[in-house]
Design a protein around this ligand. Structure first.
Ligand SMILES: [Zn+2]
Length: 274
């Protein structure tokens, strides 16, 4: 039931929609109907939701194209009920590149909002025109513009692993080690997740509770990944040298373990006492 559906390939990147995503339009439709809306009005709300997620997709494309500019590929883009994820092959460790990639997503939403605003101003300039509250297209455009401004501001919150949090981590990494910078950014993210959780329970707002869980879980998972990679790199740097392309075991006298090589690279260690 929760498998991802492949919608197609855009900009050379596969777009998937996660199975849980469909709970969101279903929720919007049922909320509308239970509030006494007509089926057409509730359906229009679902249409607006899809338009917003089209903008979320373009936001992820922004990240992917910025990453491509630094030679980093993107495996796929997947849409979840809480937002989109562009799966980059790796995150460049140069702070400037990470900041550029992180800012490219919110920049897309800002451009969309600006384009819609320019469209409104242009239409008003050409004809004596004001947005007509009874014109569905005008209302859609105005709401989409507002949604893109919210997406821009929201993603720029310094809450790791959201975009603003990545900018914070990269900025910290210019002065601290990458592990320490990620620990600080993930700590700020965890505090923000706590605030989202309390706000979500007080209001109550299920979306905020879900966001708190996602921010906390993904932040901690990414922190663990950064720590593991740093530990592996440290290990590799300290491992005894092996011939180019060597595959096999080398005894490390100082740490009293066998170091396992494949094609000249350290792939693991074997502790004979374990
Ligand atoms: Zn983003």
């Amino acid at each position: 039931m929760f498998r991802s559906l492949r919608l197609g390939r855009f900009f050379g990147i596969d777009l998937y929609v996660h199975g849980t995503f469909w709970l969101l339009p279903l929720f919007v439709l049922l909320t509308g109907l239970s509030a006494g809306c007509s089926l057409a009005a509730a359906g229009a709300e679902v249409g607006f939701l899809f338009a917003v997620f089209g903008c979320v997709f373009l936001h992820e494309v922004g990240h992917a194209l910025a990453a491509r500019a630094y030679g980093v590929g993107t495996r796929d883009i997947t849409l979840y009920p809480v937002g989109g994820v562009a799966s980059l092959d790796r995150m460049p460790e140069k702070p400037g590149q990470e900041i550029a990639i992180a800012l490219a997503g919110p920049a897309v939403n800002l451009v969309i909002a600006g384009a819609l605003f320019a469209g409104f101003v242009g239409a008003a300039f050409l004809t004596p025109w004001v947005p007509d509250p009874d014109n569905a297209l005008d209302v859609l455009g105005a709401r989409l513009m507002a949604a893109n401004l919210v997406l821009t501001a929201f993603n720029l919150l310094p809450v790791f692993p959201m975009d603003g949090g990545r900018v914070l981590r990269a900025a910290l990494a210019t002065r601290l080690t990458r592990v320490r910078a990620t620990e600080v950014a993930a700590g700020v993210g965890a505090v923000a997740a706590g605030v989202f959780l309390v706000a979500g329970l007080v209001l109550p707002h299920f979306g905020l509770v879900l966001l708190a869980a996602v921010v906390w879980l993904l932040g901690q998972a990414e922190l663990a990944g950064v720590r593991a990679r740093a530990a592996a790199a440290e290990w590799e740097a300290a491992a005894p040298p092996a011939a180019d392309g060597y595959t096999g075991l080398v005894w490390d006298e100082t740490r009293r373990v066998w170091v396992q090589y494949r094609d000249g690279r350290v792939v693991g260690v074997i502790d004979p006492e374990e």
